[in-house]
Structure formats: structure tokens, C-alpha cells
Design a protein around this ligand. Structure first.
Ligand code: MN
Length: 236
């Protein structure tokens, strides 16, 4: 019996509410199951982080769904770090789960798209890398996943190109195009579904283009993927 099957019994205390993201043009919320993130998925970012963009299979980490922060909400500067970085990313929202999903069928599983920020305690991530430890403390901390409303694919299709950008206090820091993704959305879904059983409600942060850098309290972040969505947050 899995934990899920057993959950019909009374809870000892009220469970925390399920994290959810608004759906553009709807008053319904998208209930979030897991957040998967792809590492180094744009060549120019892989190079800026000191890696060879041509040699690696995709790799993943997760953020806890309760790290989500909605668009226009503040991003509280996290504890224990002096080097918190912005990473603007295209986010894929799955409306249908599955395992071993073939690349050709992968887009059938997509409900829609959003734009998100994979906020990163770079100093703690760097220390973890050096010591061969997990990345959690660098990646999965409070408010580390600001995310826009999800725009249904029924409205915008499955965009394969479009500028991805991030401005800090009105100055452009990151720019690229989602057609530069090393591993494309269908390939990411297919590969990921061989490692995990995907579920409706999963979000996938697909990686960031070059130009990542530190944020400070008071900074205003404004990013987007043209044709999909924009996101704004203020570091407090
Ligand atoms: Mn990232």
C-alpha cells in the first residue's frame, strides 16, 4: 500500500494546502504535483558555468512545490547566502502523466507553458558541487520558484522559438531564445518519464540561458518568454 492509498484516514493535523498556479484566462488553478528542473540546457550558460555543452545527457533536480511564488509577489532574500542568482526559464506544465513517453507523443502531455525563475543560492550550490553533495540547499529553498500564470497550449500551441530574457532594474541581464534549448521540450518530457512516473500537475523548469547573476534586496526582476508570458518580482 502506498502512502497515497492510505491517506483516506483522518489527518493528525490539517495538511498544508496544495501549491497551485493560476491559469491565464481562467478562474481555475493548476494544482502542482512536482517541480522538475533541467540543469545546463543552453550551451552559452553551460559554458559560463565551466562545462562542455556537447557532452552531457540532460540531468535533473527537483524543487519542492511549496517553493512556488506567484507572479507579482515579493521574493524574500533567503538565509545563509550572500550570492543569490536569477535564472529565467521556460516552464512546461503537464496536464497528463505517464512513464516511458515517446518523444513523438510527448507534447500530448503538455497542458500549457509559463515563465519562471529558478532562484539559486549559488554559493551553497557551489559548495555542494565541490563536495559532491546534493543541490537542495542551493536550489530548493523558500520562495525559490517564482512562476507566472500558465498559458494553455490550446491558446498558444507549443512554441519552439521565442526570445527569453530577464531585466534587473530595467537593465537586460539574460537573453536567449528557447530555440537554443539543447534538450527540446519533447525530449525532456520523454527522458524524464523514463526516470520518474510523470503526473498531471508536474512543472518542468527547462533551464536558463546565459547571463545569470546576483540579486540584491530592492532589485526589481522582470522577465519573460515572448509569445508566452512575463514575470515580475521584487527582492525584499
Ligand atoms: Mn536553472
Amino acid at each position: 500500500m502506498t502512502i497515497r492509498e492510505k491517506s483516506a484516514v483522518a489527518y493528525l493535523f490539517e495538511p498544508t494546502p496544495r501549491p497551485a498556479v493560476p491559469v491565464a484566462g481562467s478562474d481555475k488553478l493548476f494544482p502542482v504535483h512536482r517541480i522538475y528542473c533541467v540543469g545546463r540546457n543552453y550551451a552559452d550558460h553551460a559554458i559560463e558555468m565551466g562545462h562542455d555543452p556537447n557532452r552531457e545527457l540532460p540531468f535533473f533536480f527537483q524543487k519542492s512545490p511549496d517553493c512556488l511564488v506567484l507572479n507579482e509577489s515579493d521574493f524574500p532574500y533567503p538565509t545563509r547566502s550572500d550570492d543569490v542568482h536569477h535564472e529565467i526559464e521556460l516552464v512546461v506544465a503537464l496536464g497528463k502523466g505517464g512513464a516511458d513517453i515517446p518523444v513523438e507523443r510527448a507534447l500530448d502531455h503538455v497542458f500549457g507553458y509559463a515563465v519562471g525563475l529558478d532562484m539559486t543560492r549559488r554559493d551553497l550550490q557551489g559548495e555542494a558541487k565541490k563536495q559532491g553533495r546534493p543541490w537542495e540547499v542551493g536550489k530548493s529553498f523558500e520562495a525559490s520558484a517564482p512562476c507566472s500564470a500558465i498559458v494553455p497550449a490550446s491558446r498558444i500551441g507549443h512554441p519552439a522559438k521565442g526570445a527569453i530574457w530577464l531585466n534587473v532594474n530595467g537593465t537586460q541581464k539574460q537573453s536567449g531564445d528557447i530555440d537554443q534549448l539543447i534538450w527540446k521540450v519533447p525530449e525532456i518530457i520523454s527522458y524524464l518519464s523514463g526516470l520518474f512516473t510523470l503526473q498531471a500537475g508536474d512543472l518542468i523548469f527547462t533551464g536558463t540561458p546565459a547571463g545569470v547573476g546576483p540579486v540584491a534586496r530592492g532589485d526589481k526582476l522582470h522577465g519573460g518568454v515572448d509569445g508566452i508570458a512575463e514575470i515580475r518580482t521584487r527582492v525584499v
